[in-house]
Design a protein around this ligand. Sequence first.
Ligand code: ADP
Length: 841
Amino acid sequence: MEISAIKFSDSLLLEVLALSKDATAVYDTADLHIRFANDAMIAIWGKSREVVGKTFEEAIPEIVGQPFTDLLKNTWHSGETYRAIDTPADLKVNGKLQTFYFDFEYRPLRNERGETFCILHTATDVTERVTSRKNIREYQRTEARLNHALEASNRDLSQINEELTFLSLENKKSIEQLALAKQATHLGLFDFDLVNNILEWDARCRELFGADPEKDIDYHADFVGGLHPEDRERAVRAVEESYDYKYSGGRYEIAFRTVHPQNKKITWVQAIGQVYFNASDQAQRFIGTVRDITAEKEAQLQLQQNESRLQEANEELFAINEEQTSVNEELRAAYDDLAHAQHELEYSKDKVTESENRLRSLLEQAPLGLCVLSGPEHVIEIANDRILKIWGRKGSDVIGKPHHLARPELIGQPVFEWLDTVYNTGTTKKNDEFKVLLYEPGGLREAIVNSIYQPIKNAQGETIGVMVMLDEVTDKIKARQEAFKVQEMFNLAVEAGELATYYYNPVSNLFTGNDLLKQWFGLSENDYIDLDIALAVMAPDDRSHVTASIIRALDYRFGGVYEEEYTIINPRTQERRIVRAKGRTFFDKNQRALSLNGTLQDITARKRDEQRKDDFIAMVSHELKTPLTSVNAYIQMLQAKAERNLDSFTAGALDKTARQVKKMTRMINGFLNVSRLESGNIHLQYELFQMSSLFAEIEEETHTTISSHNIIFHPSPDIQLYADKDKVGQVLSNLVSNAVKYSPAQLNVEVSCSEENGFVVVRVKDKGIGILEEDKQRLFDRYYRVSDNQTHTISGFGIGLYLSAEIIRLHKGHIGVHSDYGKGSEFFFSIPQVASPLNTN
Ligand code: ADP
């Protein structure tokens, strides 16, 4: 019942509300279910009737997030009415979200139990009011801004006003200044009516002409009459010319003088005017100004006067200048003379110093000992270093002292007497190579000197001192005596050794020698012969090698040593003589040969003996060969037998025997080879072979025969050689066996081979006893052996190297040795890679 009663009153109420013009809505649940909304409220919301029955937020979705839902709910629960004015709400009206302003009220309606059963929501749209109020505020702000701007421009304006005031003040000042200026310039005005012949002058104009201020002005009386007589004609003519339009265009400008009629004061006036013409060029009116220019004229005059005075002064100055210049020139000339004189003075002073210095250094550097003694006491004034050295004295000990006190060692010798004689007689004394006893620390020494005692005379020819020149020749004399002795001994030696001596001058190509040489070469006593003639005396076979050897000896690079053996045939007696020539070349400092001098020794007899010995050796060797061959054959047979019988002792003994026989055979072959070589019976068997194969053979051979040393064969490079393989092998094995022979056991011997500039070079290096420099040259001679403590126990005949050298020579090669005595030797030979048979003829 109650509900229906409520319902009733409710719907009644709603009808009433629907009629209300105020926007009204009713929410009847706590979650704000819209029970009712009148048209005005629906219009505010911008929605349709469908909102009724929905909740507040369903109906107006854009309201979510705005404070209204919470406010309504709060109203529901608190039961207190909520009112607000000018409240903005964002609503979507006509599909556009806009802000509206509202005055509104949420009024809860409660039952008798105090529970809210609905909220009555009334609202008034006050958007217009709010916005107009906002606009008013905006206007007010704009107005304030404008006012502000206005104030600013007012300020500007007042500033401008101030400036204007200032300017007008300035203007006034200018006008005043103008008046003042006019006053100051004192311009006078004239106005001549030419048609009516009326001339008007203002006060100033009248003043300038001395005319009465009141009276009428007459052109002739006042103007022409007021002019200075000297200027009158000119001034009048100028006026008349200005009337002629064609001539002047009416322009008038002139300066003239006026003469005051009373006080006769003269005034300079500048007049400027213009004539006006009618259409037919007739002068109508003449207007112009006049100005007092007396002061300017005076100033000008003064200026002119000044100028002319200046001119005069300048001229005077010029004259003075000229005078001064000429004085200056004189002065300069005088100064130049002075400078020149001074220069001369300095120059001559320099000259004196220079000549003094020269004299001093002359004395100092003189190659002679020099001293100057003054007065009868012979006081030592000057003594150069050289004389002090000869005297054995120090300068500080003798300078300033009388000579006989300074050098007491001369007491008892003739020097003091000579000095007195020279001083007293004024004549020069000379001595050559005289012996004198001179002082030396701790005693006296014998010296030989050359000396000159020369009197020193003054301008009057009187002797005032003695100059002594001393040259010690002790060493020279001793050397001369020595040389003489040497020459003597040499001559004795030459005589004793039956040596011929020769002297050859390569520059003149002349050859001569001692008597023996002349005898051998069939020369008469004073003969100098060309070298060619000397060579012609030699056996033809020897000429080429002797020539080559001489050329070599004259070449500085080869040391200048000469040694040859050759046969000479006396051109008179046809006697043959084998000689050994030795010599040495002397070179100048440019290494040019000056002379080749030496000796010749007759070795014919020795050669003959050697030949006999060689023949004997050859014969014996030959004879030994046959039995040795059969011994060898028997040994081989016995060896075969011992092997068959398994007799190892006999086999071993035979092995050793065979080795000894081989050694013996090699020795004998050596001798035979020598004799063959001597008789020219060795011939080379050329063949093409690899160096490495020769190396391999010799290595094999040495390893079977030598166990005492460590022999290292460095691998030979791939070199092909065209030569006598057996003989080259013989040379190599000879060098290896020497290296072994002449070095302590267990040491290394190194064998190597290389190719250098088309030559095959073989080297055998040992660490043995080495060879002295003086032996090196002769090692390759026949039968030459070094004989010292180390070598005399080592067996040999001195033919190995000789044969080797000959074999290499036949191959057109070269053999040599580098050695450090006591450290070891390196023997080497080189042969051209393609050796061609030597022409033995
Ligand atoms: P041999 O050895 O039979 O005396 P060689 O003609 O072979 O004759 O040698 C001549 C001399 O050269 C020797 O006597 C020796 O004094 C010296 N000689 C040769 N080879 C060497 C060497 N490797 N080291 C030192 N001296 C050597």
